[in-house]
Write a protein of this length. Structure first.
Length: 452
């Protein structure tokens, strides 16, 4: 007997994610393309691979209970044990099948590992019915185990959001992420034509509360559609599509997009200006030269005009060649590098790579970017600070620290720019903070600051 093809593929993905520190969705897509499993096995392999990566810290904790020498286990053997442990604790595969398949998976790595796998997995199977070994409605550690999160992260969510909201958040982080598309107005005339095209390709599109945003109920068909391939629509979370609109772009405005990456928000800034009647002049900057090259080529392919792509360190924007002078810009978007804790359902490996100190470091970087970028803004202009995380340290605390250090800016309430259905995402201070929920947007923060 040998382990099933789906389990072997999941094991390969888990191993490659660990070895390469790569992204699970990219590695999984490549492996599925090569393996050509039937639809049922591909779905099972996907569930095992994502689930194991998503919950690996909890799986290791569970396995280490029964390993005499945890640090001596060969990494690829541990990967096999993790896949089997996921089946026992989270997938609820019948114990006999999970243990048997896990033993064969370990044997496929090293024949001598079969005995170890049999002993450990049998003991874990005996304990599995009582998982998560505590009451997740009252015990933070049990809540973290139940939804495959590090204890420190669950504790952080509880401290900042309260137990009930944190429970909903960690549960949502394990649900499939919805797929949203943004209509590219430079290549398609309106929502009606794009929705008709996506409908014909089986994407099952629905309009969203953000103008130009489409929720695709069949993500696989949407991603594979000609509309996406040919640039009539781009993939972007619904809340991420709202953020550029908070700049209130108008024709003729001079705008700057900081930490622009591949340029999706640059596109959306210019799209919002076009919706008001014409193009703005957008300066799009990133510290990485390769991203600037990709961004410029991508925006050309997407037929986006009026954009200048620059490379440079935006903590010193006035030193970047081609940057507008201080005090001349109508609005700046600071899309700050962050922990990404609002997008964990899209990046299952991220929760185990992040450390508490990383949040402090990223918050400090966000503060530097905000302070420096604010120098560009004219009186009466805006700076919008945004992240895709949910921590106060990276969001509200950055804004509070900035406002304490300057008398030139104040918070400009975004309530009137947020759709009615999302008013519950507006904070008492007038910023925007969404939280992940099934069939809802990711966790995004945005505060608009106006220069007096």
């Amino acid at each position: 007997m040998s382990a099933s093809a789906a389990r072997k593929l999941a094991h390969t993905v888990v191993t490659k994610v660990r070895e390469r520190k790569g992204y699970s969705h990219e590695i999984l897509d490549h492996q599925l393309t090569e393996a050509r499993l039937d639809a049922r096995d591909a779905a099972f392999a996907t569930r095992l691979a994502y689930g194991t990566v998503q919950t690996q810290g909890v799986l290791d904790e569970a396995l280490d209970r029964f390993l005499a020498h945890p640090n001596r286990v060969e990494p690829k053997v541990r990967d096999a044990l993790q896949v089997a442990a996921y089946e026992l604790l989270f997938a609820r595969t019948p114990a006999r099948a999970a243990v048997s398949e896990g033993v064969e998976l370990a044997r496929s790595v090293r024949a001598q590992a079969a005995g170890l796998a049999n002993a450990v997995l049998r003991k874990l199977a005996e304990e599995a019915p009582s998982f998560p070994w505590g009451d997740p409605s009252t015990d933070p550690a049990a809540l973290a185990r139940l939804y495959g999160h590090p204890e420190w992260l669950a504790a952080l969510f509880i401290a900042e959001l309260g137990f009930d909201c944190a429970s909903e958040l960690v549960a949502a982080n394990n649900e499939p992420a919805p797929l949203y598309l943004a209509r590219n107005p430079f290549t398609t005339a309106g929502d009606t034509a794009l929705i008709a095209e996506l409908t014909a390709e089986g994407a099952e599109p629905q309009t969203c509360v953000v103008p130009g945003c489409i929720h695709a109920l069949n993500p696989a068909c949407a991603v594979a559609s000609r509309a996406v391939a040919e640039g009539r629509a781009v993939v972007a979370d619904a809340a991420a599509q709202l953020v550029p609109r908070l700049l209130r772009p108008r024709p003729g405005d001079l705008l700057v997009d900081v930490a622009a990456g591949r340029g999706t928000k640059t596109l959306l800034i210019q799209a919002a200006a076009l919706g008001e009647g014409g193009l703005a002049s957008v300066v799009s900057v990133d510290i990485h030269g390769f991203k600037t090259t990709i961004r410029a080529e991508r925006l050309t392919d997407l037929a986006v005009d009026g954009v200048t792509s620059l490379t440079g360190d935006a903590t010193d924007p006035l030193a970047i060649e081609g940057m507008p002078p201080a005090g001349t810009v109508d609005a700046v978007l600071v899309d700050a590098p962050c922990s990404g804790l609002g997008t964990l359902r899209r990046h299952p490996e991220q929760r185990w790579r992040m450390r508490p100190d990383d949040i402090d470091a990223l918050a400090a970087l966000g503060s530097r970017l905000l302070e420096a970028s604010a120098l560009l803004v004219r009186p009466g202009g805006f700076v919008v600070y945004s992240t895709c995380t949910v921590t106060r340290r990276e969001n509200q605390d950055v804004i509070a620290g900035f406002l304490e250090g300057t008398g030139a800016f104040s918070i400009d309430d975004v309530r009137n720019d947020v759709p009615a259905a999302w008013q519950h995402f507006v904070t008492p201070e007038g910023a925007f903070q969404s939280l992940p929920a099934p069939d809802g947007p990711d966790g995004h923060f945005a505060a608009r600051l106006i220069r007096g």
